[in-house]
Design a binder for this molecule. Structure first.
Ligand code: DGY
Length: 319
């Protein structure tokens, strides 16, 4: 059986694929593979391990007739046309659960960094602008007792909430399509309407999938309904906030700050104005980028691929 890998995965995954006698071809060009190159590479492959944001749309799926299974190197699956894959009998697997802690850590890191202007002040030192000790300018804000709003209370949202409660005793409110009784019982999170979430959150952290419903959900109109001292955090998908509107909301003071691990498009260009804003912290989509999490993801990917090649239900099947 042949499997194409469109990027790097943790070595433990490669070793396990070899132990299953799977013939691997790997993209090693050090850049994201293009759509045409991916179609070309997958022509005679039985499986694909998809690393990165490549669109696995109807055109791609129909052009790769041999594919039985696609294992995504992500929990998110917004890049795949799930309906078409189902129609073509191509099983799609993702990596849920194992990256919740690392992704929530990233959201927490951004929240704290924004609250103390850490990225901006670090850049000032690099530019030789640390001249003397000044007690008043460029002050941050404290998080203790502030209200955390979670948009999308799934596994990652719950982890973020637990960290914020543990560190800063932050009361937690959330908005979801449906109530999460487990989260309410575990941490006393309170379900609120979307409007209440916007009006009451001091920190609003996004932990939902990118769908037609959530695309551009955080736009100027929405930012205007948030507190002027609110911090907006997005570690989910860049398409959930409108970047132009976010910049305007920050410039106009509709919100106080923003921390992003995801942008739209990715990668973000080096001259993006967000990168020089005082109350903004941006990371290059590193939510799950720890040794432990990437190893765990690679092991799930191998399980998904092996099951799919054997015509079995995937341990973590999407759709
Ligand atoms: C995920 O797992 O969805 C991460 O954001 C990587 O794409």
């Amino acid at each position: 059986m042949k499997v194409f890998i469109s990027g790097n995965i943790a070595p433990i995954g490669l070793k396990q694929l070899e132990e299953h006698h799977i013939e691997i071809t790997q993209w090693k060009e050090g850049r994201q593979i293009t759509a045409d190159e991916l179609i070309q590479a997958c022509q005679d492959q039985d499986g694909l391990i998809s690393v990165g944001p490549n669109k696995l749309d109807a055109d791609f799926l129909n052009a790769c007739k041999h594919l039985k299974v696609i294992a995504l190197h992500s929990v998110g699956f917004d890049q795949v046309d799930i309906k078409e894959a189902k129609k073509l009998n191509i099983a799609i697997g993702n990596t849920p659960g194992v990256l919740s802690g690392a992704t929530a850590d990233t959201a927490f890191l951004l929240m704290l960094s924004v609250s103390r202007k850490a990225f901006y002040l670090h850049k000032k030192i690099l530019k030789g602008e640390w001249k003397n000790y000044e007690p008043t300018p460029e002050l941050g804000i404290e998080l203790n007792g502030k209200t955390l709003g979670i948009f999308g209370m799934g596994k990652i949202g719950l982890e973020m909430a637990k960290k914020c409660i543990g560190a800063y005793q932050m009361p937690v409110i959330y908005h979801n399509r449906s109530q999460n009784h487990e989260a309410e019982k575990a941490i006393g999170a309170k379900y609120v309407s979307f409007e209440e979430l916007l009006a009451q959150s001091d920190v609003l952290s996004i932990h939902t999938a990118l769908t037609d419903e959530t695309k551009d959900k955080f736009n100027l109109d929405v930012f205007k309904q948030m507190k002027p001292e609110a911090i907006f955090i997005n570690t989910a998908r860049g398409g959930i906030h409108n970047e132009k509107d976010l910049i305007e909301a920050l410039e106009e003071g509709f919100i106080w700050g923003a921390g992003l691990d995801v942008t739209n498009p990715e990668p973000m260009q080096a001259d993006n104005v967000l990168l020089n804003m005082e109350n903004v912290a941006v990371l290059p989509h590193i939510g799950s980028a720890t040794v432990e999490t990437r190893n765990a993801m690679a092991e799930i990917i191998v399980k998904n691929i092996v099951a799919g090649l054997n015509g079995e239900e995937l341990p973590h099947q999407v759709g």
